[in-house]
Design a protein around this ligand. Structure first.
Ligand SMILES: Cc1cc2nc3c(=O)[nH]c(=O)nc-3n(C[C@H](O)[C@H](O)[C@H](O)COP(=O)(O)OP(=O)(O)OC[C@H]3O[C@@H](n4cnc5c(N)ncnc54)[C@H](O)[C@@H]3O)c2cc1C
Length: 519
């Protein structure tokens, strides 16, 4: 691949000078927008398949760039490990993460009492899952590129994709893609990829461009949003120092591999809150305390560090707040916008094709496909209730790999196959995100209790009559051998049986009341 720089306009054109001689897949140059988990995983998958000329555009400065409000933990389960196994990096993942089978939670009440228990939703029959901070996981993928695939993959940090155009091909009837990127210092680069991969998350420029191109004929690239009890919640992260003291005496300190739920002294719904900390392997890393509450909560009204300190000191008298929240962190927390959990959403178009006519001198004209494919949050996005954001993104990559295998890396066959293999699962995943575990944030205590009763009932019925009743959907999701569609069918079948049993019981009750009245 050769870069031709236009000195006058500071525009670079990337062209493939060896197009005619190479085999089909290595001839194709690939541009991936977004260097998050989906983007880097796709680059690695393509490189492992023998593709070359793969460029990733990432607007952040580095792979492990620290964004406090994006410093949440992933739980890489069996579904995500299908990808790490494919790449041969599961051992490295295990080294730097905390296994779910050692997942203990310490609850610290406002009076300082502490209780530690093993989190009950770990299924010993399932593959161990691994807790890892987002940035550590993205760095793991990036280090794999640096170690083994540097000759095939180039990652351009601080580079934002700003425009995507369809342009007419010179001397031919087809169309070509033109992707424009901009670096932080203002330099502009233009790419002409054969395959464009959209992995740029929920606000994807790639998907939005396809939506514009396609809007007169379909709404395939429009995100369809669905309601969820957790989608209106707001979140912010408070960064706490490693091994911070857990009490005012300073005797006990936080252990990195332990998760914590620190309960507040407040009881009223507008002030009560918990600090939720998930386990991490690195003892020197800052701990992220997640705060997730409804938009009318008092915590969102704090304007400066003084107000942050006042609120936290009243809320958490069991913690030495001034020792564990630095003035810089209090100021950052007050000024941070945080975020809102998105509604569960998906789009039905996972790929797009342009007809591209390639002129092969002496061999006559040959037509080949220029394609766009979408993966990860770009096509499905939802609140983090079911811990499937990263796992579903990695599964997308495995499905694309399967589609490429079945088509000998010819994208004209592989991209439609990817869409047909994946779409029904994407739809089921979004339905699962709506129903599986949306009440876990105690945003409506009564609904949370009802949800717990429902979960317990399904759990017990499954233990008693496993042929008839399935475990709750949240447990089934951990079974990576089941597709999201299969999980949804099982959960819905149990719901239908419960409805029928409920109806029979109500009818029986009414019939006996009727009989009593007649006597
Ligand atoms: C508060 C919160 C908590 C979460 N918790 C969990 C959890 O516990 N478990 C879980 O599995 N998932 C969780 N998720 C979801 C998870 O983060 C995503 O599902 C996952 O990161 C998807 O990966 P992705 O690569 O598709 O997208 P992203 O991680 O969003 O990556 C997209 C990348 O594209 C880059 N980018 C965007 N636009 C451009 C552009 N124009 N040019 C260049 N680069 C661009 C971004 O900088 C980013 O690096 C959570 C999400 C949120 C918001």
């Amino acid at each position: 691949m050769k870069i031709i720089a236009d000195a006058n306009t500071n525009i670079n054109m990337l062209t493939d000078t060896h197009a005619a001689e190479k085999t089909n897949h290595s001839r194709q140059n690939v541009l991936i927008v977004g260097g998050g988990p989906a983007g880097l995983a796709t680059a690695l998958m393509l490189a492992k398949r023998g593709w070359t000329n793969i460029t990733v555009l990432e607007k952040r400065a580095t792979a492990d760039y620290y964004e406090p409000d994006k410093s949440f933990n992933y739980l890489i389960d069996g579904r995500g490990q299908k990808f790490t196994d494919f790449l041969g990096i599961t051992d490295k993942l295990i080294e730097i993460s905390v296994p779910s089978k050692e997942f203990y939670l310490t609850e610290i009440k406002a009076n300082g009492s502490k209780k530690t228990f093993q989190v009950p939703f770990v299924d010993p029959k399932q593959k161990t899952a691994y807790w890892i901070p987002r940035r550590a996981f993205v760095l793991l993928l990036y280090q794999e590129i640096e170690r083994n695939w540097q000759d095939k993959i180039t990652v351009l940090f601080n580079t934002t994709c700003v425009e995507i155009n369809k342009i007419a091909q010179e001397n031919a009837e087809g169309e070509q893609l033109e992707v424009v990127s901009k670096t932080q210092n203002g330099s502009v680069t233009k790419f002409e990829p054969q395959l464009l991969v959209g992995c740029d998350g929920i606000y994807s420029i790639v998907r939005n461009t396809l939506k514009e191109w396609d809007k007169s004929t379909s709404d395939r690239f429009e995100m369809k949003c669905f309601p969820s009890p957790s989608s209106k919640l707001r979140y912010k992260v408070l960064s706490l120092p490693p091994n911070f003291p857990l009490d005012n005496s300073g005797e006990e300190h936080a252990v990195c591999t332990m998760s914590y739920a620190v309960r507040s002294a407040f009881r009223d719904s507008r002030r009560t809150l918990s600090l939720g900390l998930l386990p991490i392997k690195n003892p020197d890393e800052f701990r992220s305390a997640n705060i997730i509450r409804l938009p009318n909560h008092e915590i969102w009204k704090l304007k400066n560090s003084e107000q942050v300190y006042n609120f936290l000191e009243q809320a958490f008298p069991q913690l030495p707040i001034h020792q564990i929240v630095s003035p810089e962190e209090a100021a950052r927390f007050a000024s941070s916008e945080g975020g809102y959990f998105p509604p569960p959403q998906y789009c039905s178009g996972l790929h797009f094709e342009l007809r591209h006519k390639q002129v092969n001198q002496g061999m006559g004209d040959r037509s080949s496909t220029v394609g766009v494919v979408l993966l990860g949050d770009t096509i499905h996005c939802f609140p983090p209730d079911i811990g499937q954001g990263v796992n579903s993104a990695l599964e997308d990559v495995c499905v694309l790999n399967e589609a490429l295998s079945k088509n000998d890396d010819d994208i004209s066959g592989a991209l439609p196959l990817y869409e047909s293999l994946r779409f029904a699962d994407v739809k089921a995943l979004i339905r699962l995100a709506q129903i599986a575990f949306p009440w876990q944030y105690n945003q409506a205590p009564l609904r949370t209790k009802l949800w717990s009763v429902n979960t317990l009932l399904r759990f017990l019925l499954n233990r008693l009559l496993p042929q008839i009743f399935s475990p709750p959907a949240f447990f089934l999701i951990r079974n990576y051998q089941l597709s999201y569609q299969e999980i949804l069918v099982k959960a819905q079948r149990t719901t239908q049986i419960l409805y029928v049993l409920g109806l029979i019981m109500i009818s029986g009750f009414l019939a006996s009341v009727f009989r009593l009245v007649q006597i």
